[in-house]
Design a protein around this ligand. Structure first.
Ligand SMILES: C[S@@+](CC[C@H](N)C(=O)[O-])C[C@H]1O[C@@H](n2cnc3c(N)ncnc32)[C@H](O)[C@@H]1O
Length: 249
């Protein structure tokens, strides 16, 4: 049963989603007003009707909903890219991760869920961004993130780390610190929009005992499926960023 302050995802008849906390409030949409307090005592899978008679389905939000709908400040990594980290490093429950920069906390959220009850140490130099990320993680995270207002180019405090995850302008400046911080077999990962960042990063990587070094990007082509005329969608996301992985040996 859904209780006050639980989080729900409302899906309107067009598939538009609204993430909200169940409280005593009226929520306005262009398909009518909803009395959110009516949800208390209902179950996930039930529907709530707007004053215009439109049905909104009530479902339980998941981490990908949170990432798409959380408050954003700097550009966030999208889930299709972020999930590559799991496929390429094998991080899992109980692991310890160091991340920089925190930004809005999208990657932090994915890491927090993936390693729980393991821990995430998240570095950023921007107090304003850290505040937004903290809000996002307090709202949707697992309580296993320690934020650090710190320049990671100056070093990493933690040792015996399973993954160092980087999304910041000069990742090559962290390669040596990551090598010191990682356990043998741990990975460093870097997300960068530009190839010059990748070249600098790979040059630095080659100076240390890293193996399994690879750079990839995610290219997703979605399909329009009809009885007649099934084909790739006309528009697709051209470029997000390059992802480089390396494993300390
Ligand atoms: C593109 S954002 C990261 C977005 C984040 N991955 C997300 O998914 O929400 C880059 C962040 O790196 C931070 N940053 C830049 N230089 C840094 C440094 N030397 N140490 C720590 N953080 C840094 C910036 O303040 C900014 O918040």
């Amino acid at each position: 049963m859904i209780a006050e302050n639980d989080r729900v995802l409302l899906v309107d008849p067009r598939g538009k989603k609204y993430l909200m906390t169940v409280t005593n409030k009226i929520f306005h949409t262009n398909l009518g007003k909803l009395d959110i307090s009516e949800i208390i005592g209902m179950s996930y899978g039930d529907k709530i009707k707007s004053h215009m008679g439109k049905n909104f389905s009530i479902i339980k939000p998941n981490i990908i909903d949170y990432i798409y709908m959380m408050r954003k400040m700097p550009q966030t990594i999208n889930p299709d890219d972020a999930c590559q980290v799991i496929a390429n490093t094998g991080i899992s429950s109980g692991d310890t991760v160091v991340e920089a920069g925190t930004g809005s906390g999208a990657m932090t959220l994915l890491l927090s869920y993936t390693v729980f009850p393991g821990k995430v140490y998240s570095y950023d130099i921007n107090e304003r961004f850290l505040k937004v990320a903290k809000e996002n993680i307090d709202n949707y995270g697992k309580g296993n993130v320690e934020f650090k207002l710190k320049d990671i180019y100056e070093g990493i405090d933690e040792k015996d780390i399973d993954l160092v995850s980087l999304d910041l302008p000069e990742p090559h400046r962290v390669v040596g610190h990551a090598f010191e911080a990682l356990r043998a077999g741990g990975f460093v990962f870097s997300f960068s929009p530009c190839i010059e960042q990748v070249i600098d990063f790979r040059r630095e990587i080659s100076k240390y005992d890293y193996s399994e070094v690879k750079t990839i990007e995610t290219i997703i082509r979605e399909y329009e499926v009809k009885e007649r005329g099934t084909r790739p969608k006309t528009r697709m996301l051209g470029h997000t960023g390059f992802m480089t992985f390396a494993r300390k040996i």
